[in-house]
Design a protein around this ligand. Structure first.
Ligand code: SAH
Length: 223
């Protein structure tokens, strides 16, 4: 192992304990954070900060989310191995890698081609299997719906109703799908989890304040 790899590994183990102390109790999520080399998702000059619990720039005015926030969103999804999960906002691909470590079938949409290409090649290199595409994620991915979980990693002005319709309806064997989305304006958003409880019914919970880059919709509204 190269010397720097050993350093990163120790820092990663410390970060896991830091995230645990911030109230993330899901051991599977903590294990995933402990396995993904976050330094590889960050530009060379900032790599030494990869294991600080901060969001960092990844170009095009976008950021890789703060590790404890990635952990929290992943925990709220309550995914099981084999679940079908959609991520909106691939960005660096870090959250996607964490979800792959959770054993889900992962689909992810990014509006910036450059970020998409970079994330795709890195995830491939690290042997994570995920289906990624460029597009406006606020429309979801209807041909692959329904999803057991949808996680939006950018701040939405309101809960995107199209995404609600792409959540799995509960049945005798399966719980309803969960949408995890930060909702608010650019000054701050409330982490919101919506669980589908029936054909037309949903439960909504709020889980604290966060600041994300905005969810940008490029698609003109049809109304
Ligand atoms: N999950 C990412 C976080 C990236 S920041 C990571 O782990 O690194 C949020 C990302 O959402 C940015 O890359 C931004 O370009 C993207 N984004 C914003 N609006 C979008 C939209 N409507 N559709 C798809 N991606 C979007």
């Amino acid at each position: 192992m190269a010397q720097s790899e050993g350093v990163f590994k120790r820092r990663r183990a410390r970060l896991v304990e830091q995230i645990r102390s911030k109230g993330i109790s899901d051991e599977r999520v903590l294990e995933a954070i402990g396995r993904v080399p976050r330094e590889l998702f960050i530009d060379g000059a900032l790599q030494h900060r990869a294991y600080e619990d901060y969001a960092l720039p990844i170009g095009l005015r976008q950021t890789i989310s703060q590790p404890s926030t990635v952990a929290f969103q992943t925990m709220l999804l309550e995914s099981e191995p084999g679940d079908s999960i959609l991520e909106i906002g691939t960005g660096s691909g870090y959250q996607a890698a964490i979800l792959c470590e959770m054993g889900v079938r992962l689909f992810s949409i990014e509006r910036h081609k450059l970020l998409h290409v970079r994330a795709k090649s890195l995830l491939n290199h690290l042997n994570y299997r995920a289906l990624l595409r460029v597009g406006d994620g606020s429309l979801g991915w209807s041909s692959l719906a329904p999803f057991d979980g949808i996680v939006v990693t950018a701040g939405a002005m309101e809960i995107p109703s199209v995404l609600l319709s792409q959540l799995r309806e509960p049945n005798d064997n399966q719980r309803g799908g969960r949408l995890v989305v930060p909702v608010g304006d650019r000054h701050g958003q409330t982490m919101t989890r919506v669980t589908r409880t029936g054909a037309e019914s949903y439960d909504t919970e709020q889980h604290g304040k966060y600041i994300f880059v905005p969810l940008v919709s490029d698609t003109p509204s049809s109304t």
